[in-house]
Design a protein around this ligand. Structure first.
Ligand code: ZN
Length: 162
């Protein structure tokens, strides 16, 4: 088993924190570590969802797939309590926001899409279902009368030692 951290970087305008919750769907392209196959399809991994629950494994997994090429059974889980917000202090640099236990499969590409949460600075407005598909997001905070934004969103993966 390998542990992989998802790191993000962004510029934040008048934002205290940017975060996901347990219902957020992480969309990944995955590579099978057994045969090296990378699927063209995006796969979604949601912490609050469990699949493939059976007598062998009553808790199931957050994600499960059988590799189309080699037939191996692969799975992934969000490491419990590994999710942390990306804050104003982190802006402009990469930070690990979530960690995955990867069994036989590893994420190679991340698509941020929608479902992010934003808390504006100075106790301003909070926003749900923030869409980062375009790597940029801008809104108007009516409590503080200023604009808020996430710009230059970028992501990468790091392998973590156990
Ligand atoms: Zn495979």
């Amino acid at each position: 088993m390998v542990r992989v951290g998802l790191q993000i970087s962004a510029t934040l305008e008048n934002i205290d924190k940017l975060e996901t919750d347990a219902d957020y769907a992480f969309f990944f392209k995955l590579t099978c570590s057994n045969c090296g196959e990378t699927s063209d399809k995006w796969h979604d991994i949601i912490e609050s969802e469990r699949v493939q629950q059976d007598t062998r494994n009553s808790v199931g997994f957050n994600f499960y797939m059988k590799c189309k090429m080699c037939g191996r059974e692969n799975s992934m889980d969000v490491v419990e309590k590994s999710s942390v917000p990306y804050t104003a202090d982190d802006a402009g640099s990469f930070k690990t926001i979530v960690i995955f236990d990867c069994r036989g499969v590893e994420p190679v590409e991340f698509s941020p899409r929608t479902g992010w949460k934003v808390q504006s600075a100075e106790n301003g407005q909070s926003f749900e279902d923030v869409d980062l598909s375009e790597d940029d997001w801008v809104e108007y905070d009516q409590k503080n009368n200023n604009s808020v934004g996430v710009y230059e969103f970028a992501s990468k993966f790091i392998k973590l030692k156990k």
